[in-house]
Design a protein around this ligand. Structure first.
Ligand code: ATP
Ligand code: MG
Length: 405
């Protein structure tokens, strides 16, 4: 029987739907994809249910046409300034002198048991490291001898109502039950190499409405944050600064925009169409840079503040990886290197391995990572069916380890 897995990235600018088949090795092979512009979100959260449902319907229908199969349980991305990340810590006594799956479950539960307001839901509880008695920095404590087990975890929470609205949109678009995943965590799955997560890396996803940040060190998530500014702000800055319609401002940004004036000659000229029948004007391209650069600096400075908050800013051996549509802006890498004082590269959806050519762009890393998660879920559901009474538990603990280290 074919195992189908699916993912949906509901972004501020577009919806991207992916349908795939999970093979023997549980790696997803994409069967179909769909893209639709979306106007129902602002700064990463749903503000217009009808428009969002329409975009989800259009993207999923296109994917189903291409794949010839229907959407099943789907992993859906969530972002927005309501996302919060916090570190927590739990301790339990080890039963029977040797750490078992049950002890690992209990210690994660203990670490999760922090006071989370009723209006928030936990999206992820990501283990950072364990300690068995006095031995710190343990990644996989299963089978170790000891009497005390400690866990450090990173918890990502979202506002209940925002998550519910997104799920409501999916339901109305006739998607079966969905699971929510923080978008930057998904992007990281698609775009980062395991060595980068080990050495320390900050992934910054600059989308249309939000900039999502996630920081890794020693293979574990250390910090997550969302800054409510993205590429759409650049477009409105250009529209206001050059007195041109938003659609023209978007076109100017994509075709001629530059993140920093350091990379443009003073004599480059671009044409700006006028508003309300006025004649087009010719302007120096550096003027675009003068409008865009302060906003990009603002985005990167806010991201920098979050990286400092992670407490591991000095240990990011692999520097910064930029994804999201706005990372395509010319000069973004140069500006980011100047602000972060770290090596910067642009990320692509490298996982799954067979992304269709049109999706091999930094704005599709989120959808790709959501699909990787969906495939892992299928794999663990599959093995949950085997392994006897405790099989499911072993698989679940194994999943945590595999997923985050
Ligand atoms: N070549 C380009 N140069 C500059 N900006 C670009 C380019 N291509 C796309 N963008 C911008 O990227 C943004 C969309 O990026 P992306 O698709 O990653 O966002 P999203 O996932 O829909 O939104 P979000 O993640 O914020 O909810 C838009 O603001 C768009 O103008
Ligand atoms: Mg996005």
């Amino acid at each position: 029987m074919r195992t189908i897995c699916s993912a949906l990235d509901v972004g501020t600018s577009k919806v991207c739907a992916l349908l795939a088949e999970c093979g023997e090795d549980h790696a997803p092979t994409i069967l179909g994809y769909g893209l639709a512009p979306c106007t129902g979100l602002r700064k990463g959260v749903v503000v217009n249910i009808e428009a969002t449902v329409e975009a989800i319907r259009a993207a999923t229908a296109e994917a189903e046409r291409g794949a010839g199969v229907h959407f099943g349980p789907t992993v859906v991305g969530v972002a927005g300034a309501h996302i919060r990340g916090l570190n927590s810590h739990g301790i339990v006594a080890v039963r029977g002198g040797e750490v078992g799956t049950r002890d690992v479950e209990r210690v994660i539960e203990a670490a999760r048991a922090v006071a989370i307001p009723l209006d928030r839901q936990v999206l992820h509880a990501l283990p950072q490291q364990f300690a068995v008695d006095d031995q710190e920095g343990v990644r996989d404590p299963l089978g170790m001898a000891g009497v005390r087990l400690e866990a450090r975890i990173h918890i990502v929470t979202a506002a209940q109502s925002y998550g519910q609205n997104l799920m409501k949109c999916c339901e109305r678009a006739n998607l079966p039950p969905v699971e929510l995943m923080y978008e930057a965590l998904a992007s990281a799955d698609a775009a980062l190499f395991p060595e980068e997560r080990e050495l320390g890396v900050a992934l910054i996803d600059i989308g249309g409405g939000t900039t999502d940040i996630i920081v890794f060190l020693n293979g574990a998530v250390m910090h997550t944050a969302v800054v409510p500014i993205g590429g759409n702000h650049l477009t409105s800055d250009i529209a206001a600064g050059l007195r041109t319609p938003l659609a023209e401002a978007e076109r100017l940004k994509i075709n001629h925009g530059i993140a920093t004036n350091l990379i443009v000659g003073r004599d480059e000229i671009v044409q700006v169409p006028g508003v309300g029948g006025r004649d087009p004007r010719a302007i120096g391209r550096h003027l675009l840079g003068e409008i865009i650069e302060p906003r990009m600096e603002e985005i990167f400075s806010m991201a920098q503040r979050e990286i400092v908050r992670s407490g591991v800013a000095d240990s990011l051996g692999s520097g910064v990886v930029l994804v999201g549509g706005t990372s395509l802006l010319e000069g973004t890498q140069e500006l980011a290197e100047r602000i972060f004082n770290l090596p910067v590269r642009r990320g692509l959806p490298l996982n799954p391995r067979d992304m269709p050519e049109p999706l091999m762009k930094p704005m599709y890393t989120t959808a790709a990572g959501l699909l990787m998660r969906a495939a892992r879920q299928k794999a663990s559901a599959h093995s949950n069916g085997r392994g006897g009474r405790w099989g499911w538990l072993r698989t679940r603990v194994g999943d945590w380890m595999r997923e985050f280290f």
